[in-house]
Design a protein around this ligand. Structure first.
Ligand code: TRP
Length: 328
């Protein structure tokens, strides 16, 4: 493990609401992969399973999904030799630190966050303390490892801001030494939906591609992206989405298609098939590695146990310091 010489600590996580899709992979996992190979970053990547409790969930599904997401991480190339890979709920200290942090966080501040308001609209019958506390738990995830860099999408910026505010308050009031974490911007930060509206999301049917989709399934979904009947002129959102995928996955092909679009000779079916093939070329090796991992549950169990042990060692040191400074 490279962490002895690292200057920065990186923490990131994805909620365990289901298997990862292409949006998670391009938007989050690719940035995580890039950072784990850089010696100046010590990298910790978790499955945010505690955060799953903030919206309605099924116990049996959570039990399975927290493991599935970790397998997706491994299949995508996150490497336990380079990064600490773990399940959030395996490290009790996150919940403990979140409780301490909740004492320096006002209810009013949490109620005003756009992410909170969105969820209230989505689940008006399920506005719980856990939901209100979502950003506080996220701050604990980050600060318990004194992480200063957080690779997440732009929609998470308000949560990183909350983590900074909590760090400042704790340092001021209790003399702790938390860093003020920054969002680490990665190229795939915005992955558009296949519907041509908004971002790729598991909760919008027809918007996303599964990492397990076959070339045929991918082709079918990409061919369904709404494009204009005539080329040229202002670029419709669906076409823009197709170009975004090309830029992320096959940048060398962008110029030729762009020229064709501008002079009106572009055939959308050709652009779509190029996008579908570029997507499949990216997910196919992940699918192969996943099949190997599924055949080797003992290895996966060992990764999960080792990751929890390594994460806990760091988290416990922070908790000791915080408890002492807070008067316990
Ligand atoms: N809120 C993040 C998301 O929805 C998931 C998350 C939970 C997270 N804890 C985190 C991301 C800590 C980064 C760091 O994407």
């Amino acid at each position: 493990m490279k962490n002895q010489t690292a200057k920065h600590t990186v923490l990131s996580g994805i909620r365990a609401t289901g298997r990862l899709h292409l949006g998670n992979y391009l938007g989050a996992v690719k940035g995580m992969l890039e950072l784990q190979d850089q010696p100046e970053y010590r990298t910790l990547y978790m499955v945010a399973d505690l955060h799953t409790l903030t919206t309605p969930y099924q116990v049996a599904e959570l039990r399975q999904n927290r493991r599935e997401v970790l397998i997706d991480y491994l299949a995508a190339g996150l490497d336990p030799e380079k990064s600490i890979l773990f399940l959030q709920a395996d490290v009790n200290e996150h919940a403990e630190l979140a409780y301490y942090f909740s004492s320096v966080t006002t209810v009013a501040k949490m109620q005003h966050l756009p992410t909170f308001k969105d969820k209230v609209k989505q689940y008006p019958e399920h506005v719980t303390m856990a939901l209100l506390n979502y950003p506080v738990l996220m701050a604990a995830d980050i600060l318990i490892y004194k992480a200063d860099s957080v690779p997440v999408g732009v929609d998470q910026e308000p949560h990183i801001e909350v983590a900074r505010e909590i760090a400042r308050r704790m340092n001021q009031d209790y003399g702790t030494a938390f860093p003020e974490p920054q969002r680490f911007v990665t190229p795939g930060g915005y992955v558009p939906s296949l519907t041509g509206e908004g971002k790729m999301s598991k909760s919008v049917e027809g918007s996303y591609i599964r990492l397990t989709d076959t070339l045929d399934e991918i082709r079918k979904k990409v061919r369904a992206v709404p494009t204009a009947t005539t080329a040229g002129g202002a670029m419709p959102a669906g076409v823009e989405a197709l170009f975004t995928f090309l830029e992320l996955l096959a940048p060398e092909q962008v110029a030729a298609f762009k020229t064709a679009f501008d002079d009106g000779s572009l055939r959308f079916s050709e652009l779509k098939d190029a996008v579908a093939e570029a997507i499949f070329a990216e997910v196919e090796p992940i699918q192969r590695r996943r099949a190997e991992l599924e055949a080797n549950p003992d290895y996966v169990n060992q990764v999960i146990a080792n990751g929890a042990e390594q994460a806990r060692a760091i988290a416990q040191a922070t908790i000791r310091e915080v408890r002492e400074k807070m008067g316990f």
